[in-house]
Design a protein around this ligand. Sequence first.
Ligand SMILES: C[S@@+](CC[C@H](N)C(=O)[O-])C[C@H]1O[C@@H](n2cnc3c(N)ncnc32)[C@H](O)[C@@H]1O
Length: 262
Amino acid sequence: MSHKAERAVKFIHELFLEIEKSHPETGFNTPLFDQLIEALYVYRDHKDVELFKIYSISQHLKKDMTLRDFLYWIVPVERYLNKNLKDEDFIIYNKDDKSMEKKKNTIPLTIILDNIRSSFNVGSVFRTSEAFNVEKIFLAGYSPDPSNPKTQKTTLGSHEYVAWENHAKCLDLITDLKVQGYWVIAAETTNHAISLEKPFKFDKRTAFVFGNERFGMDPQVIEACHETRKVPLGGIKNSLNIANAASICIYEFAKQYHAWKV
Ligand SMILES: C[S@@+](CC[C@H](N)C(=O)[O-])C[C@H]1O[C@@H](n2cnc3c(N)ncnc32)[C@H](O)[C@@H]1O
């Protein structure tokens, strides 16, 4: 693709995104929509079949279409640009429920992320923790925190609504939390791990520790925890992505806690 064509198709893509963003308020009867049609029309007689296909999108765009149908037509543009969409490219447009800000009732659960390498995984845990009203997240070892712009991008703002703190050494943190009366659980797929689904005790606050993407949890850290739990798996692979594992653990804890509270 020539640089010129790439720039023009990128512009078309940006128009799609702008229209998507403003649609809930404005609908499609806007100058931006007309501009998009005009930009697509540039390729009306193009010899390049792929660019001609970009033009043909214009034939499907109608001002009274639904947003879902409209977004169906962004896909060929993204494929053309070889654009690999990340999670944060989507969710931005969902409206947050700001009325919840003052109503937050945290659940007695703290998450410890020990030596997590990927800011995407940390951001994902922030989002789940915020959604389930987790009390606090500790970022132990070298886990990136939301002061890192890359991590901040992946939390989609959720770090503003969950308490978090850095801690250099996970072992010291666990010792501190135990002194404060926490029940500390290692989330890991060891042989002696009990099932995540076993009833939790709610007479103490709970902390769940998660380990590194490649190496899992440090055996010394597992040893320091009160117990080890695992998400029971039935496949050939014996572990989950850390952020997925954390989501399931948080969900199970929250489900049991809310059932216990009533
Ligand atoms: C990708 S896993 C590490 C896998 C590592 N290759 C291993 O085999 O130990 C990263 C972290 O996710 C969590 N995790 C993954 N699968 C889990 C499961 N089934 N139950 C509980 N935690 C899990 C653990 O905290 C683990 O340290």
